[in-house]
Design a protein around this ligand. Structure first.
Ligand code: UT7
Length: 336
């Protein structure tokens, strides 16, 4: 019997309406539009407004993916949600999403692999489908950074890069031997040795007697901390490595790829990687200029935009590559 393969049958995305420009941030901290554009390529990002929840973003992205696939929530066999900015400490955002979709007992859980989360989630979904456990799996990357960053002079290096958003893909099993579309290969890597180079320390269950305290807040340990240059250096090394490893596993060459999607952490990182690998700009899509770094939502948002704008034609090869906190890095290649 042929082993099922996972195929993307619908994509969706959602970003909140509130646009926050670099000039808006410059009113709240010592920064400039020029500095942010030059160092990161970012022009604006989106933030949620009072009353909006992460699961609202995830639900809107999911509804688009379901519409594209002409299916309803009840057709989903399992929900994998990836996030580093969970709606509650527990349960995961996926549970709030499941309820919002009107589902009563569809299994759901969160995957935590930070900016590489979407590709880790995709690998989990791919495993479910290939093993025959589920036929339709929803993978949603969903991040709300705006409520967790330090929008002040002290946090300016990290705060300016992040934005809120969600992206979703619906995967379906196929055994059709005449259809060679679908996920071809995925490769995942991690290096916990560098966990503290980019992290949020608190709340943390190792703090005694309580995981959160006024002291931790006063010491600003609930805000993200990043050694930006160190992270940058590793990103430009690891992304090419894992991209080539994945293409190699699929017996493909760089020239075979029609569209490269890289995690949107910093446009300069992606430009550096593309130049190093000889990838022409027209074969790569970036949207960090408009949305900032949406961590695990960045890649599915890019994929949805490519699908909706007609950038992708059936049979084309798409490569997706990420690097982020953990460190974690990953790449996937698919035939559209
Ligand atoms: O998504 C997960 C993975 N994340 C990444 O891959 C991010 C990787 N890192 C980066 O993208 C960059 O390191 C940043 C964009 C975050 C920072 O850029 P940088 O060129 O590494 O800046 P820096 O932190 O080394 O700071 C350079 C200068 C410093 O001033 P001095 O010491 O040279 O006088 C900073 O104080 O720029 C200053 N600076 C700022 N100035 C204006 C830092 N942040 C800002 C700011 N506005 N927002």
């Amino acid at each position: 019997m042929t082993q099922p393969r996972a195929k993307i049958i619908g994509t969706g995305m959602y970003v909140p309406d509130l646009v926050v420009t670099n000039d808006d941030l410059a009113k709240r901290m010592d920064t400039t539009d020029e500095w942010i554009r030059q160092r990161t390529g970012i022009e604006e990002r989106r933030y949620i407004e009072p009353g909006q929840q992460p699961s609202d973003l995830a639900s809107a992205a999911t509804k688009q993916a379901l519409e594209a696939a002409q299916l309803g929530p009840e057709d989903i066999d399992c929900i994998v949600l990836t996030t580093l900015s969970s709606q509650a400490d527990f349960p995961g955002t996926s549970f709030f999403l499941q309820d919002q979709l009107g589902l009563s007992d569809t299994p759901c859980f969160d995957v935590r692999a930070q900016c590489s989360g979407f590709l880790f989630g995709l690998a989990v979904a791919n495993g479910f489908i290939r093993s025959g456990m589920y036929r339709r799996v929803l993978v949603v990357g969903c991040e709300v950074h705006s409520t967790g960053i330090d929008i002040s002079d002290a946090g300016r290096d990290v705060a300016v890069i992040f934005g809120d958003g969600a992206g979703a893909v619906l995967l379906e099993a196929t055994e059709d031997e005449n259809d060679d579309s679908g996920l071809l290969e995925i490769r995942l890597h991690a290096q916990g040795k560098f966990a503290k180079k980019l992290w949020i320390e608190a709340p943390g269950s190792g703090f005694t007697p309580a995981r959160m305290s006024h002291q931790l807040i006063d010491e600003r340990r609930h805000f993200p901390y990043m050694e930006g240059r160190f992270v940058f250096k590793h990103a430009v090394k690891r992304m090419p490595e894992v991209l080539l490893e994945t293409l190699n596993a699929a017996s493909l060459k760089l020239e075979d790829v029609d569209l490269f999607l890289f995690h949107q952490a910093n446009l300069r990182i992606n430009e550096f990687v593309m130049e190093q690998m000889g990838i022409p700009t027209e074969r790569c899509s970036n949207n960090i200029q408009r949305y900032g770094n949406c961590s695990s939502a960045s890649i599915p948002i890019l994929l949805d935009e490519a699908a909706r704008t007609g950038r992708l034609a059936p049979g084309q090869i798409v490569s997706m590559t990420s690097f982020g906190s953990g460190f974690s890095w990953a790449s996937a290649v698919l035939r559209w």
